[in-house]
Design a protein around this ligand. Structure first.
Ligand code: ARG
Length: 396
């Protein structure tokens, strides 16, 4: 049995009950670790709650910059969308939290770390595989998986133990949030046929906003400015949320395949993330050479799948990162986004390293394409098909 455990603490009902439950049922000292990933937590209140729940120590780590730089940035380079749609909000955050869990375990002399995930989700996989990669000597404890409480049991346990939890104002949903977006599950959403009620949304509530344009600047594959104003990524994404969210842009409603074999209905709100991914992919259209672009497009879904599956710290994902990074050297320039009620789309792009050559593409007299070369090229390109058709016949 470990003596000291560092728990990934969100301040919610489950992790608050987990503090006391581990202390009582397992007889361990619990260090609560809250990680700021831009979810906008009330940190003093969260600290207070962890102490009331019985934590011997509370650590709040501000990991916003690190999260943006080391986790969100590679996702942008890889145009990462799981099953073509989900920008990996929670999937990206677990490996960074795992890193901080391990660091805190070392600092506070703990021999185990803990998380508040259930047995049905992806997040347990991401935490545990990450911790095993980073610190195979540490045990991982998952109280929520073993205690068998219903939500009502947990609320009752908290009440009996004087743990202040806001679960009384009971959101019917399970929400996870960080600077890359917001995820919502459970409640009425469990029926995939049901239209999501408006109250699931926070970042994409439509407001009465005028149509507008904005220009996102990129350097080597990463967004660095909005309308010419330089911004660090951890500030740029929330700023973009504010701009494009009110147009109702950034919603995803999907049934996805969890790693544990369950299909689940998910609502995502990622206005800034989806605008950036759209802009980034578009700029690649201008700046990546054809074969590189096509090969990259094949590898992107694999990158997203690995990260979704909890394999952030894995050799294949590391190798793919190196490939992605190499492709991004000349992905620099500007993308003009147009926002109007109902959406946000790319209206234009330009780049000093763009491969678009007007005098090759044009049908005007500025043309410098050698038309006569096309004849031989097309004849030889089609030679094998021609041979096949002559000898074996089309459709015979
Ligand atoms: N389905 C998404 C994923 O697996 C979101 C998970 C949200 N996690 C949560 N604990 N509410 O990445």
């Amino acid at each position: 049995m470990p003596k000291r455990v560092v728990l990934a603490y969100s301040g919610g009902l489950d992790t608050s009950v987990a503090v006391r439950w581990m202390a009582e049922e397992m007889g361990v000292e619990v260090v609560a670790l809250a990680v700021d990933l831009g979810q906008g937590g009330d940190w003093p209140a969260i600290r207070e709650r962890a102490l009331k729940a019985g934590a011997v120590e509370v650590v709040v780590a501000d990991a916003r910059e690190e999260f943006a730089r080391d986790f969100v940035a590679p996702a942008i380079r890889a145009n990462a969308l799981y099953e073509g749609r989900y920008p990996l909000v929670s999937s990206l955050s677990r490996p960074v939290i795992a890193k901080h869990l391990v660091a805190a375990a070392r600092e506070y002399g703990a021999s185990a770390v803990a998380h508040g995930c259930t047995g049905k989700g992806n997040d347990q996989v991401r935490f545990e595989v990450s911790v095993r990669a980073l610190a195979p000597d540490l045990d991982v404890v998952a109280p929520v998986r073993s205690w068998g409480f219903t939500r009502e049991d947990a609320i009752e346990y908290a009440r009996q133990h004087g743990i202040p939890v806001s679960a009384t104002k009971a959101s019917p949903y399970s929400v996870d949030q960080n600077l890359w977006g917001r995820t919502v599950e459970c409640g009425v959403l469990e029926d995939p046929w049901e239209t999501p009620p408006e109250d699931v949304y926070e970042l994409t509530l439509r407001r009465d906003v005028e149509a507008r344009e904005l220009v996102v600047g990129f350097e080597s594959g990463l967004p660095v400015s909005v309308d010419g104003r330089a911004l660090a990524l951890e500030h740029l994404v929330p700023e973009l949320d504010q701009v494009v969210g009110p147009y109702g842009f950034g919603r995803v409603d999907m049934v996805e395949n969890r790693r544990v074999g369950i299909k689940s209905r998910e609502i995502y709100e990622c206005p800034g993330a989806l605008a950036l991914l759209m802009a980034h992919a578009d700029l690649e259209g201008l700046t990546l050479e054809r074969d590189v672009a096509h090969e990259k497009a094949r590898l992107e879904p694999r990158w997203a799948e690995l990260v979704y599956d909890g394999l952030w710290y894995s050799p294949l994902k590391t190798a793919l990162d190196a490939f992605m990074a190499e492709t991004q050297r000349h992905v620099s320039g500007e993308v003009r986004l147009r926002c109007q009620p109902g959406g946000c789309f790319v209206a234009g792009r330009r780049s000093p390293t763009g491969l678009y050559e007007h005098d090759l593409a044009t049908y005007t007299d500025a043309d410098r394409f050698r038309h006569q070369d096309a004849e031989g090229f097309v004849r030889i390109f089609g030679l094998s098909v021609e041979t096949w058709a002559r000898v074996q016949g089309v459709g015979s």
